[in-house]
Design a protein around this ligand. Structure first.
Ligand code: GRG
Length: 303
């Protein structure tokens, strides 16, 4: 079951559980246990991917793809590929040279459960496996669609995307960034994968530019709001709810939305971003109800 949400909309919670179960099955199939000597690596990859998690990005892919009647089996493969990139980033982010975290999703991090070298290799293998999956015809019969997915995910996760955002995040421990730079850092580190998740649904469905743009704008605001709420949770959440150590950003003296604007203003900013995110979905009418509900979840989340 996905981590529960205080005051959750039961229909949303139910749908989050359904997506989580389906994605876990897909990941399980894509990461089989083997008798080969390298099975140790696959065990670590399984630990880093099948250890819980809200599966927000898979939810975004499944529901943006549903708007264009995409075959769910194809959308699940793209969702698993994106979750592999997300999980690799968490495994590497938890390493002693980065966040040095012992706990992730209420379980020992991969380098604690195995060792540092294995954690690095598990992240590397998940990163490359994501692109292998996208390149396969089962993901889409049209090679142009597969190429577009690969290109979009590479840009979202690379040096001017998630990895670049992580670099800025490390620099933020020693540099006084202004609010504009903090926003850019967060857009790169967290937002770009969320934008990919929503645009992937449109790419798979060969949707028109206005629909793709609307989903990208929704995900952009959602990603930023997600990061603002993450910063708020870092200062006020119970580690029992989040399943990870809290207060780490403050301890590291990192520039965050909360340190730059204070908790109250950060909360107002998150609310404004969520309203804006929802307004981008208007062109889909009631068919985007689940994406709307997810945006409200991000605002209220405790984990
Ligand atoms: C190491 C290349 C590299 C990148 C790391 C994403 C990231 C970049 C680091 C994670 C650090 C962090 C706490 C970021 C805040 C936002 C975020 C991505 C939180 C984790 O995502 P959730 O809440 O996690 O969706 P679950 O466990 O639910 O999947």
């Amino acid at each position: 079951m996905a981590p529960s949400l205080r005051d959750a909309d039961p229909a949303l919670q139910n749908e989050m559980d359904t997506v989580t179960e389906a994605i876990n099955k897909t990941i399980n199939r894509l990461l089989p246990e083997t008798d080969l000597a390298e099975n140790h690596l696959y065990e670590a990859m399984r630990h880093g991917t099948l250890n819980g998690g809200k599966r927000l990005r898979p939810f975004l892919i499944m529901h943006s793809a549903a708007l264009f009647n995409v075959n769910p089996a194809r959308a699940r493969r793209v969702a698993a590929a994106l979750e592999f990139i997300h999980c690799y980033s968490l495994i590497h982010d938890d390493l002693p040279s980065m966040d040095n975290a012992a706990l992730r999703r209420a379980k020992p991090t991969v380098h604690i459960q195995y060792d540092e070298a294995t954690a690095i290799l598990a992240g590397d293998a998940l990163l490359t496996l994501a692109f292998e999956i996208l390149s396969e015809p089962e993901t889409h019969e049209d090679p142009h669609v597969r190429c577009k997915l690969i290109h979009a995910l590479a840009k979202a996760s690379g040096g001017h995307g998630m990895v670049g955002g992580q670099m800025l995040d490390l620099l933020a421990e020693k540099t006084e960034f202004d609010l504009g730079t903090i926003s850019r850092l967060q857009r790169m580190k967290t937002g770009r994968l969320m934008v990919f998740a929503c645009e992937a649904g449109a790419i798979l469905g060969k949707a028109g530019e206005p629909q793709k743009r609307a989903l990208g704008n929704y995900a952009h605001d959602l990603g930023l709001a997600f990061q603002v709420t993450d910063d708020i949770l870092d200062v006020e959440a119970d580690p029992q709810d989040t399943g990870k150590d809290t207060g780490k950003d403050t301890d590291a003296g990192k520039a965050t939305f909360v340190s730059a604007m204070g908790k109250e203003q950060a909360r107002d900013r998150a609310e404004m971003l969520i309203n804006q995110a929802i307004s981008h979905l208007k062109i889909f009418g009631n068919r985007a109800k689940m994406l709307e509900d997810l945006a409200l979840y991000v605002l209220e989340r405790r984990a």
